[in-house]
Design a protein around this ligand. Structure first.
Ligand code: PEP
Ligand code: MN
Length: 342
């Protein structure tokens, strides 16, 4: 970190800065001070992640403060060159193997879930999704089956052998997710920056992998900050890109593939792309699924319903027969990218 003092700071300003740094646990030996004709620069060496930049930036004799190292250093490839691989109980390695998560937006009935689960299994999905707690825009619309949904999902895992993922919306539901041994706990876009909730998840003893979806208004740095909060308590974190809300009302959301390429090039956590919420338009889902994998994603999460026209949630973006045609193309793009670009 470099603190640039104003020309007017003088000896007094420099002394004040050095004393403040000492109070924050940075001894004089960690400082390199350069005094030019007009400016004085204080270089702070070593770990500065715990220093509050704003506190230094507000000092009246400070011109500027620059952080040189990545504030999300623990997540960066510079600090941790090997990719994080999240291994599930059945041996599936997320971050290494191609991951295809598929299933209904919401679990509606046992028949709906089992029928959809067998469609996705036959088509080549390797994780089953299903929402039991649904964050709906209208509180009067279907909110999910709650605990019964988790029970049905665990039952579907028994009969298909597929690991399962479901969204947890409230820290009070942690015991239920433990009871039904949900393999991956999804944090939805709406909770992406809910820090008290993320901290509660980071404190779970014997944690399961957590998939964090980026909120539609959340910058990539805020997303990394949220991921780091989880990661400090539980390193099994998976990132999920699911698009931004824009002024364009043709699409529900616009998938942000910049984020996918950037996160995979600079950070070490697995990244999953959700082209279903990322477009909200069934016809566009296959194209964006392929683009997601080409951009560097480790896998996809796609909503599939055995009868999309009757879905209680997100029918307009749910696939049916198209899913089976899509999977082999996704696999060949994933293999081509990995073999040629790494
Ligand atoms: C979902 O995956 O069903 C969901 C609600 O997604 P998001 O949090 O991205 O809106
Ligand atoms: Mn949905």
């Amino acid at each position: 970190m470099i603190i640039q003092l104003k020309a007017s700071a003088g000896k007094e300003g420099l002394e004040h800065t050095v004393n403040l740094l000492a109070k924050d646990g940075v001894p004089r030996e960690r400082l390199d001070i350069f005094s030019g004709d007009t400016y004085t620069m204080v270089g702070v060496k070593g770990d500065v992640t715990k220093l509050d930049i704003d506190k230094y930036q507000t000092l009246k004799f400070v011109q500027n403060v620059h952080r040189i190292s990545d504030p999300f250093k623990e997540l960066s490839q510079q600090f941790h060159p090997a990719s994080t691989v999240v291994e599930l109980k059945n041996g599936l390695k997320i971050g290494q193997d191609l991951v295809i998560i598929a299933g209904p937006c919401a679990i509606e009935t046992q028949y709906q879930l089992m029928d959809t689960a067998s469609i996705v299994l036959q088509a080549g999905a390797n994780i089953l999704r299903g929402g039991a707690f649904k964050p709906r825009t209208l509180h009067r619309s279907f909110q999910g089956l709650g605990e019964e949904g988790l029970r049905l999902l665990a039952e579907a895992r028994e009969s298909t052998g597929l690991p399962v993922i479901s969204e947890i919306m409230d820290a009070r539901d942690i015991p239920l997710f433990e009871k039904y041994e949900i393999d991956i706990w999804q944090v939805g876009a709406r909770n992406c920056l809910n820090y008290t909730f993320l901290d509660a998840l980071a404190e779970v003893k014997n944690p399961r992998p957590v998939m964090l979806k980026r909120g539609d208004h959340v910058t990539v740095n805020e997303f990394l900050g949220a991921a780091l909060r989880l990661y400090e308590g539980n390193p099994q974190v998976i990132l999920c890109e699911r698009g931004d809300k824009t002024a364009d009302r043709v699409y529900r959301n616009v998938l942000n593939l910049n984020n996918v390429a950037y996160l995979k090039q600079h950070y070490h956590l697995p990244v999953i792309v959700d082209p279903s919420h990322g477009t909200g338009v069934r016809e566009l889902v296959p194209a964006l699924a392929l683009a997601g994998v080409a951009s560097g994603a480790d896998g996809l999460m796609i909503e599939v319903h055995h009868n999309p026209e009757e879905a209680l949630c997100d029918g307009p973006q749910s696939l049916n027969g198209e899913f089976e045609q899509l999977v082999p193309v996704v696999r060949s793009i994933f293999d081509a990218r990995r073999n040629h670009l790494g």
